[in-house]
Design a protein around this ligand. Sequence first.
Ligand code: ADP
Ligand code: MG
Length: 318
Amino acid sequence: MAGILVALGGNALQRAGRSGTWTEARAQMRRAVATIAEIARHGPELVLSHGNGPQVGALLLQNELAGREVPPRPMDVLGAETQGQIGYLIQTELTPALRAAKVDRSVLTIVSRTEVSRKDPAFANPTKPVGRYYSEAEARVLRKQHDWAMQYDGARGGWRRVVPSPRPVRWLEGPAVRHLMAAGLGQSWIPVVSGGGGIPVVRRPDGSYEGVEAVIDKDLGASLVARELGLDTLAIVTDVAGAAVNFGKKGERWLGEVTQDELTRLHARGEFASGSMGPKVGAGLEFLKGGGRRFLITDIPSLARAVDGEAGTRVTRS
Ligand code: ADP
Ligand code: MG
């Protein structure tokens, strides 16, 4: 299917250093929607996904501060809450932008679950820091009280909870959305799917699913969605204009058009930091291996030009 998946990064949604009010979130989203409406106007099927790191962080903190009055909710539920919250934000801001661009499509948010494997090695080795920073004494108590894995962050001088980040295996709502796309949804609706990589769930022996305390990398989740829907292009939108070699060092070079083989080589050489650019490049390479045609890394100001092949890091299947 011709069509494009645009995955909005947490940083494209919320500017670092801001206080995180709803008014700011709306203003930030308003910066993104004109470009997205423009892409929709040019015709291809458009599917949106998004990160949720700062939003889950805020809910974890609310859980903690209000815990005596309101029972804290598990992480899978927080994931669902952020999908609703951000989906609503996208619907609110993108709808008038579509109308202004004379695009007759509705925005539809789909609460999405992503299956992970109980046997994923990530469950024995939690690596993804979530929530706030704690003192050593607090960390000791939390480890005992909740059985949390805690990790020291030397750079910030504090302890943080770490949770597993298992690989996404299956997008449970994928087949339904694929059918809807085939039945014309792509022409009349813009689905917002798999926010935050999807709500992590595992399969029970009886075939039902239950949520787990984990987070899924949203870039890997987006790659899975793009493959499930057979989309042609995966565009990962973040807060830098593309991927660079020697990033932040002497000889820094931003990548424009690059082949799949070349990007694979650079990735293996460790040019892209794990936990930030690394998973984006990994997600893009998986997409191309799984039948995708084109993979883009860009920021909001360059997104439209990146889609036209004039900006951002652009990788075509070799
Ligand atoms: P998002 O919230 O959009 O997922 P991340 O912070 O996870 O954003 O990833 C984007 C960040 O990756 C950039 O702001 C940049 O600091 C960092 N980064 C690490 N390595 C590279 C690289 N080789 N080229 C470009 N950016 C890089
Ligand atoms: Mg990220």
